[in-house]
Write a protein that binds this ligand. Sequence first.
Ligand SMILES: *Cc1c(COP(=O)(O)O)cnc(C)c1O
Length: 410
Amino acid sequence: MLQSHSQKYHPQTAAIRCGHRRTAEREHNEPIFTTSSFVFENAKQASDVFSDNESGNLYSRFTNPTVEGFENRLAALEGGRFCVATASGMAAINGVMLAMLKAGDHVIASTGLFGSTVSLFNKYYEKFGVDVSYVNMTDIDQWKLAVRPTTKLLFLETPSNPICEIADIAEIAKVSKRAGAYLAVDNAFCTPVLQQPLAFGADIVVHTATKYLDGQGRCIGGAIVTDDEKIYEELFGMLRTTGPSMSPFNAWTFTKGLETLALRMKQHCASALAVARWLQAQPAVKRVYYPGLRSHPQHELAMSQHNGFGGIVSFEVEGGKYDAWDVIDGTQFLSITANLGDAKTTITHPASTTHARITQHERDRARITDSLIRVSVGLEHVGDIIGDLELGLNKLKTPAEKSSPKNPRK
Ligand SMILES: *Cc1c(COP(=O)(O)O)cnc(C)c1O
């Protein structure tokens, strides 16, 4: 929906003040409009709204004031004029594909995408004649070489899930423009607080609202933001016709989530950096993936593209799958769940959960090894989070080492 009054405010203000049109009841907090349809003053008004001669709500699959409030608020944060909310993050990604592509078109995507996104592209889009090539997103030449005359969309997720590789959005946007294609960025890990892809030249930002936008693991939802009116009209028409609308209750939850997003992201970043540094010093840990570490190969790029490094830390332990499982099972309060972006710290084994349904070849390409563990660092006290991870890592030690934990393993 069109933005009107948000641009002049700082994003932190927009996150709290933007999107609510107060009703005649003079409510302070944003209300939830749980209604499937809207009534008209008379038959003429109904006709005018149906024929677009008058703007207004018709039916909640098309527009709903609570959903629109969330859309306007998120659009303001991403710095785009238009947003369409969807029933899930996957519905948002599918929406972009359906709206922007036709049979015979070609897509270039980064490896290391969210597991369901890979399945969507490979299993479902292939049968409609859409070809997807995968490139290592950190290698700009691979993007350039993959371009074909039929290339219509470049799709990437940065930082990548789960190993936090960083794409240079501005450079890839140039490749996309030269190819006459659109660039879509999945901004789930950073949220607009830490990274605004539109400002670096992306055409479309997709979101899963399920993760940080909610922030407390309550609802499933998604959204697409763009500054291009033509793209927005394609997306809006297609999504409202195919039907994956966001429910007003979920929209309200996400709207309230956005109010605390900046504060939460600040704490997620600070705690994740502390966890990453601690992990890096542990002998049983082979490798830590976190863009905030100087050892991260794209640390400099992350510094220039981000306002912070996010809450996701992945690490490889010595050993294989069962050693990783032992570490996970050895923690006490961390939640063993594939969700991320929650106030609660979550821990997961990507190879056997989020990325189990893709092939071994696809996992190898995304560098998801059997000993990789992903932690979404939550908002508990960071000392407790580290303490719990230490309990997990203790499982990898021999009994002798356990009695003297200061004694390095190697
Ligand atoms: C979770 C996630 C999605 C999918 O979102 P849903 O709301 O679960 O449909 C897409 N991309 C990334 C990076 C995710 O983490």
